[in-house]
Ligand binder design. Structure first.
Ligand code: NAD
Ligand code: MG
Length: 393
């Protein structure tokens, strides 16, 4: 049996992962499930899956979960605090770690999984955006596995040459074509964008996801973060990656080769496909996903991205080009701005200016250590809050 620990079990990716695991009861066992403070969600999951450990980062929530589980006769041990996330990742029983915490909070435990040499199923793209070089180095040094869960990167992984050594050019790859739906506001009149609510931003046409990534999809910051993620995962330069708008979300991304071949991975937009792929790799197993009906789909459309409509995409590419800790600062400012938008403290169209303001003011650093990266994250959050604070005065 393969032991699976899920970081962010109570979220969208976590729930989809358990759904896939439920189709393969003899093959996987759940070692630990973690969440932030969702007592009810984790309680239900613990009763169903009987993991050895459950973690809630929030101590009061963990206390409540522990009491509820005990009175239900459960043997699951409840831990609390961010350090406990790293503890359950390192357990010898943990073979695979689904890294599905949202945001910068996912970096430390995901890195711990790489350092412990586990197979990392990486949904938490923010880890790579913040600390791409360190993360990739640790994966290599500790012989960890790294399977992308982000649908585009999982598609690229599937379309890449099987031999994973050498540069893209040495392997005959000329370009990566990263597709994106354009989100819910692809055709919204620009004048209406300032009025868009969190509910509208979170109503994605093709995917059902957590709130933060849903807003990122609406601003297309998500695609910017994904370009950075692809640079690290596939050792690609910015020039080797082209973003293509593909509203149907049926082609999940493509790899272009020197001989003119372009390989694509297609499927219904359902995260259980990349999750099942990464769990079973190099084999294949059922994901519970409906077969793709191309006749029903009918047509596949493609457009160039509109950088005027989606300034966040431009800001992300610029941060990656600047290098150093700029992507970490971009990520931090974005997290602050998205949270403020979700709490209705700023408008949808205030998100890019918060990030731009921050990037103009952070101290550029060489990301030589995690400490430097986290200091940049902290500084960027403070500057982003300062922009938001100015709105009030
Ligand atoms: P979500 O908001 O639905 O779930 C987030 C999970 O992280 C929850 O379990 C929550 O309890 C936990 N969490 C939140 N803050 C935490 C903290 N400070 N410490 C510890 N745990 C914390 O998010 P999601 O949509 O499942 O996305 C998770 C990650 O996967 C993100 O990085 C996202 O970009 C990536 N991703 C998601 C999808 C998708 O379809 N949802 C697709 C591709 C990539
Ligand atoms: Mg994606």
């Amino acid at each position: 049996m393969i032991g699976v620990t899920i970081l962010g079990a109570t979220g969208s990716i976590g729930i989809n992962t358990l759904d896939v695991l439920s189709l393969h009861p003899g093959r996987f066992t759940v070692v630990a499930l973690t969440g932030n403070r969702d007592v009810d969600g984790l309680y239900r999951q613990c009763l169903q899956w009987r993991p050895a450990y459950a973690v809630l980062v929030d101590a009061a929530a963990a206390g409540r979960l522990s009491r509820q589980l005990r009175s239900a006769g459960s043997n699951t041990r409840v831990l609390s605090g961010a350090a406990a996330l790293e503890e359950v990742v390192r357990l010898p029983e943990t073979d695979y770690v689904m890294a599905a915490i949202v945001g910068a909070a996912g970096l430390a435990p995901t890195l711990a999984a790489a350092r412990a040499g586990k197979r990392v199923l990486l949904a938490n793209k923010e880890s790579l955006v913040m600390a791409g070089r360190i993360f990739m180095d640790e994966v290599r040094r500790h012989g960890a596995g790294l399977l992308p869960i982000d649908s585009e990167h999982n598609a690229l992984f599937q379309c890449m040459p099987a031999d994973r050594s050498g540069t893209l050019a040495e392997r005959g790859v000329t370009r990566i074509l990263l597709t994106g739906s354009g989100g819910p506001f692809r055709e919204t009149p620009l004048a209406q964008l300032p009025l868009m609510t969190p509910e509208q931003a979170c109503a994605h046409p093709n995917w059902e996801m957590g709130r933060k990534i849903s807003v990122d999809s609406a601003t297309m910051m998500n695609k910017g973060l994904e370009v950075i993620e692809a640079c690290w995962l596939f050792n690609a330069t910015l020039e080797q990656i082209q973003v293509v708008i593909h509203p149907q979300s049926v082609i999940h991304s493509l790899v272009e080769y020197a001989d003119g071949s372009v390989l694509a991975q297609l499927g219904n937009p359902d995260m259980r496909t990349p999750i099942a792929h990464a769990l079973a790799w190099p084999q294949r197993m059922a994901a519970g996903v409906a077969a793709l009906d191309l006749v029903q789909v009918g047509r596949l459309d493609f457009q160039a991205p509109d950088y005027n409509r989606f300034p966040c995409l431009r800001l992300a590419l610029a941060a990656m080009a600047a290098g150093g800790t700029a992507p970490a600062a971009l990520n931090a400012a974005n997290e602050v701005a998205v949270q403020a938008f979700l709490e209705r403290r700023i408008r949808f169209t205030d998100i890019p200016p918060v990030i731009e303001y921050t990037l103009e003011r952070v101290t550029p650093c060489d990301p030589v250590s995690l400490a430097v990266i986290l200091a940049s994250d902290t500084q960027a959050r403070r500057i982003a809050q300062e922009w938001i604070g100015k709105l009030r005065n």
